[in-house]
Design a protein. Structure first.
Length: 423
């Protein structure tokens, strides 16, 4: 009896040990987070996938207008409509992105979004008309909204809590790298070969994005939805209220940023130096990439205000330099200053917006913040183009600087109180 009891006890102990071992193996991602590890396989896969999503967008922004006007005989207005259709797609789907990510198995969401992204890029190889290009750009915007939100939300979830600011800063570097090399690759491929090679390359980027993000499966504790299935169809189902203060600032940031993104190349072209736009954006993006590690550590160790106030100041100074620029080199000189400012404030507000929400609402928080950026860029591109038609580039950028000042005032007198609650 004693031996049998001992055997049973030993068997139960071994079984329990095996079960515990399984639990330990199945929670590697949580352990990595607790140990402070940023560069996990899951984080790296999400970062690379995000880079490829954004690279496809920057390749299309740079090269697709040339294809529309050169191959299909379209007008500049039609070339601009390709971007408009993309933006409509992102705004339509961004509100639902958080619901999809938080309400379904994140492994399936990543698989589906990257798979559809791949199919859309492949479909570009068979376009025979501008109408089909517009339709694919609409679909691209829709899947871009959900896919980029999904990889960002998963990346945040696998980061250690006490290093989220640093981790999100590193994650943003992937987007900045896409910003640097995307336009260059797109224009180079079109210059050396043709639109067929251009669209084949986009398809390969999408295939790689599909592979890297699905190669390592998420643990069930992170992948499975934590929210109740039955919830009312109201504002809170699709948006995260606690992220709204930061999203408000996001609108101001992206509105002013659209003036840089869209109109600096046009300004340089009117000066007869349109090719220098690539130098501007390379300097801008490299500044963000080089300073990103410091920015992330400063956020985690010193707090958000150490970045936000100097960041807004530098950002405003850079825009004022643009407004006063009379030669291309003054425009180029503003690039690293704007990069320093934007590279400090943008990830800071995104991090604060995500940290304000519960972990199970990470998808909705990211979707809410990204939607504010979509709205800001869309409004800025439309309204600032009208302003340029009325008063020119100089006063447009001065107006942009004033809008940035309004943004920092709203932060100081209203939004900062929400950060103090998080601290």
């Amino acid at each position: 009896m004693g031996q049998d009891g001992q055997k049973n006890s030993t068997h139960q102990t071994n079984a329990a040990g095996t079960h515990d071992m399984g639990d330990m193996m199945s929670s590697n991602q949580q352990q990595a987070a607790e140990e402070g590890k940023i560069w996990s396989a899951e984080f790296l896969g999400c970062g690379l996938s995000s880079c490829l999503y954004y690279m496809s967008q920057y390749i299309l922004i740079a090269g697709l207008p040339l294809i529309i006007t050169g191959v299909y005989g379209g007008t500049a207005f039609q070339a601009g409509m390709a971007m408009t259709y993309f933006q409509i797609g992102t705004i339509l789907c961004r509100p639902f992105a958080g619901e999809i990510i938080d309400g379904f198995d994140k492994r399936k969401v990543l698989f589906a979004t990257t798979g559809i992204f791949l199919l859309i890029m492949i479909a570009f190889n068979f376009t025979q008309s501008m109408d089909l290009i517009f339709f694919l750009r609409l679909l691209h915007g829709m899947i871009f909204a959900v896919g980029t939100t999904a990889v960002a939300a998963v990346a945040v979830l696998v980061l250690p809590k006490h290093r989220k600011g640093e981790g999100i800063g590193y994650f943003s570097v992937f987007v900045n790298v896409a910003m640097v090399i995307g336009p260059f690759l797109g224009l180079t491929i079109l210059d050396l070969w043709d639109k067929n090679a251009y669209f084949i390359f986009l398809s390969l980027c999408a295939l790689l994005s599909f592979y890297v993000v699905n190669r390592k499966q998420l643990d069930e504790s992170l992948a499975l939805p934590q929210l109740a299935k039955k919830r009312p169809w109201n504002f809170d189902r699709f948006f995260e209220r606690t992220t709204l203060p930061w999203a408000i600032i996001g609108v101001f940031i992206s509105f002013t940023y659209s003036g840089v993104l869209v109109f600096v190349p046009i300004m340089l072209t009117e000066m007869g130096q349109g090719t220098m736009a690539s130098i501007f954006f390379v300097l801008y993006a490299l500044t963000i990439v080089v300073t990103r590690p410091w920015v992330g550590r400063a956020f985690d160790q010193l707090g958000a205000n150490i970045l936000i106030y100097p960041g807004f100041l530098l950002y405003g100074i850079g825009i004022i330099i643009l407004s006063l620029a009379t030669t291309p080199w003054w425009i180029i000189a503003s690039a690293p200053i704007i990069g320093l400012g934007y590279g400090a404030i943008s990830p800071a507000f995104q991090t604060l917006g995500v940290q304000a929400a519960a972990p199970e609402r990470a998808g909705a928080a990211n979707a809410t913040y990204f939607l504010s950026l979509d709205i800001g860029v869309g409004l800025g591109s439309a309204l600032l183009s009208l302003v340029i038609g009325w008063v020119g580039f100089e006063l447009m950028y001065q107006l942009n600087a004033a809008i940035a000042i309004v943004g920092i005032l709203i932060y100081h007198f209203y939004v900062k109180r929400f950060y103090q609650r998080l601290a």
